[in-house]
Design a protein around this ligand. Structure first.
Ligand code: SF4
Length: 506
C-alpha cells in the first residue's frame, strides 16, 4: 500500500478541481434549455467559464470545498486503521497545497485547525466487502447547499402543498417543497439525493449516498424511477432558476432511495447539492495502493466558453468610495463591475463588527461575503486561489446595522437577504449584489492584489477580513435602494407555482 496516500491525494485534487463528465453534461443541457440572454443564462455562462478555468489551473472549482466525506469499501483483511491515517495525511496535504480550503472549525471556540483535521473531520465511512479491490469515493459538498438539506416527518402539512401523507404522493410533495425551499441559496440549479425511511440519522446519510449514483443510471424500483422522472420534469416548472435568478432550470438531477423504517416514523430526507457537484471515486489495488481506474470519468462533455463569458453589455462600474447618488441610480437587474478596494467579511466579522470598530474605514465601501482560499508564497505575500461568494442570508441579523454603522454602499454575496436588510438598503442608500455562487476561479482572476488582512489569527483564513484590490469584478443588482428584491419576487413566483402541485398525482 506504498502508493495509497498519493492515490488519495490525486483523488482529492481531482474532485476539487475537475467537475465529472456526467455533471458537466447536466450543466450543458441546462445551458441549451435556458432562455438566451436571461440572467440565468448569464450565470450559466459564468459557471461554465469557471469550470473550465478550474480544470486548466487545477484550482478549486468553488472556494468552499465542503466537508470531505469518504465512502470506502475494503476487502476482507485490509487494515482500515492505516488507511484512515493515510486519508487524513492526504487531506492535510491537499489543504497545504490550496486544493481544499481550511474548513475544520472548533464548534465552541471558533478556532480553525488549519489542516481540515479535527474531531469529526474529515468524515470517513468504512464498509467491508467481498471484492478484491479498494473502492474510495469522495464528495465535497459545501456549506451553502448543506444548509439547504431538509428532512420531513410524514404525515405533515406542507406550505403551499397541503397535507402530505405516508405514501408516494406525500413523498412527491416533500421533494417538490425541498427544491422550492432551497431557492438560490444552495447555488441552484442543484442535484438532490432523497432517502425514504430510515431514522433521522440514517435518513440523511442514505440521502447523501444517493448523490454517489451516476446521473444517467436507472432506478431499479419502478415507482421510484417514475418519481425521479416526475420530479425532473416538474421541479423545473417552479422557476427558481440558476442562482435563484428565475429561469427554466432549477434542478439538474434527482436520485431517490428507500430503506425500511420504524412503524411510528416516516422520514423523507433530502440532501441538496449545488451545481458544483464535486464527487469522484477510484478503484485501488490493495497490494500497491495504486489507482486502477476512476469511477466517474465515463463519457465526454462539450462544455464550451462563450466569447461573452460573464458580463459584457450594459455594465456599470463602481469604484470605492461609492456615493449615494451612484447607488440610487442603480436598479434590480443592473449588471455591475466593481473595481478598486473591496473587503471580505462573513459570519465572524459581522458578529465582531456589531460591538467593535472596523480595522479600516468602510465608508462608501464594498463588503464581500466570501471566505477565500488563500496561499502565502515564499516571500510571505498572500495570493487568492479561489474567491466565490458565500450565502448572505446568514448575515441577515447583522447586515442592516453594519451598513448603517460603517457607511457601506455595497454588500455582495449570493442567495439574497431578507426584509430587514432590504429596508436597511433603502434607508442607508446601499445595494445588495449577487455574485455567481461557486465561480471561485472566475472571481479569483479579478483580484489584482491583496492589500492586507485583519483578524487572521483570531478567525482563521475563511473568516478573516481580507482587503483586496479588484478589477472588473462582476455581479448583478438583486436588491436595490428603492425597496426592490429579485429574491422576494422569485420566491413569490415559485411559491405560486408550487401551489399548483397540491393536487394528488398518485
Ligand atoms: S457552489 Fe455554492 S453551495 Fe456549492 S460549495 Fe460553492 S458556495 Fe457552497
Amino acid at each position: 500500500m506504498e502508493h495509497f496516500e498519493e492515490s488519495l491525494l490525486k483523488l482529492i485534487i481531482d474532485t476539487s478541481t475537475n467537475l465529472p463528465p456526467d455533471v458537466r453534461r447536466a450543466v450543458e443541457q441546462a445551458q441549451i434549455r435556458e432562455e438566451i440572454g436571461s440572467r440565468a443564462a448569464l450565470a450559466l455562462e459564468t459557471i461554465v467559464e469557471n469550470v473550465l478555468l478550474a480544470e486548466e489551473e487545477q484550482g478549486p472549482i468553488c472556494q468552499d470545498t465542503g466537508m470531505p466525506t469518504f465512502e470506502v469499501h475494503t476487502p476482507v483483511g485490509a487494515n482500515q486503521i492505516v488507511m484512515e491515517r493515510q486519508i487524513k495525511a492526504a487531506v492535510a496535504e491537499a489543504t497545504r497545497l490550496g486544493k481544499l480550503r481550511t474548513n475544520s472549525v472548533d464548534s465552541l471556540t471558533g478556532k480553525n485547525t488549519g489542516d481540515n483535521l479535527g474531531p469529526g473531520t474529515p468524515v470517513i465511512h468504512f464498509h467491508q466487502w467481498e471484492n478484491d479491490e479498494i473502492d474510495v469515493r469522495l464528495i465535497l459538498k459545501g456549506g451553502g447547499c448543506e444548509n439547504k438539506n431538509i428532512q420531513y416527518s410524514l404525515p405533515m402539512e406542507l406550505p403551499g402543498l397541503g397535507k402530505a401523507g405516508r405514501d408516494l404522493d406525500g413523498i412527491r410533495k416533500c421533494i417538490m417543497h425541498a427544491v422550492y425551499q432551497a431557492q438560490g441559496q444552495g447555488c441552484s440549479a442543484g442535484f438532490i439525493g432523497v432517502s425514504i425511511g430510515g431514522d433521522r440519522t440514517s435518513g440523511y446519510q442514505h440521502a447523501k449516498e444517493q448523490l454517489f449514483r451516476h446521473l444517467d443510471d436507472h432506478n431499479p424500483i419502478k415507482e421510484l424511477a417514475e418519481l425521479e422522472s416526475y420530479i425532473m420534469e416538474h421541479a423545473n416548472e417552479l422557476g427558481v432558476g440558476t442562482m435563484g435568478f428565475g429561469g427554466r432550470i432549477s434542478l439538474l438531477g434527482c436520485k431517490i432511495g428507500v430503506q425500511n423504517r420504524l412503524p411510528a416514523s416516516f422520514f423523507v430526507s433530502v440532501a441538496y447539492n449545488c451545481w458544483a457537484f464535486r464527487r469522484q471515486g477510484v478503484r485501488i489495488d490493495p497490494r500497491t495502493g495504486e489507482i486502477l481506474n476512476w469511477i466517474y470519468k465515463q463519457g465526454t462533455s462539450d462544455l464550451k466558453r462563450k466569447e461573452s463569458a460573464g458580463f459584457s453589455d450594459k455594465v456599470k462600474v463602481l469604484r470605492a468610495p461609492i456615493s449615494e447618488e451612484e447607488i440610487r441610480a442603480l436598479h434590480v437587474g443592473d449588471v455591475v463591475l466593481i473595481s478598486g478596494e473591496m473587503h471580505t467579511g462573513r459570519d465572524a466579522i459581522h458578529k465582531y463588527l456589531m460591538d467593535h470598530d472596523a480595522p479600516v474605514s468602510l465608508e462608501g465601501g464594498v463588503l464581500y461575503h466570501c471566505g477565500p482560499v488563500m496561499m502565502k508564497d515564499d516571500e510571505g505575500k498572500w495570493h487568492v486561489k479561489a474567491a466565490g461568494p458565500t450565502t448572505s442570508a446568514r448575515e441577515e441579523p447583522y447586515q442592516a446595522e453594519i451598513i448603517q454603522k460603517f457607511g457601506l454602499r455595497v454588500v455582495m454575496g449570493k442567495g439574497g437577504m431578507g426584509a430587514k436588510t432590504l429596508a436597511g438598503l433603502k434607508a442607508s442608500g446601499a445595494l445588495y449584489l449577487n455574485a455567481i455562487g461557486g465561480a471561485a476561479q472566475y472571481y479569483a482572476k479579478s483580484v489584482e492584489a491583496v492589500d492586507g488582512v485583519d483578524y487572521l489569527e483570531e478567525f482563521g483564513i475563511p473568516e478573516a477580513m481580507w482587503h483586496l484590490q479588484v478589477d472588473g469584478f462582476p455581479a448583478i443588482v438583486t436588491m436595490d435602494s428603492h425597496g426592490n428584491s429579485l429574491h422576494a419576487d422569485v420566491d413569490d413566483h415559485s411559491f405560486k407555482k408550487l401551489e399548483e402541485f397540491a393536487d394528488p398525482v398518485y
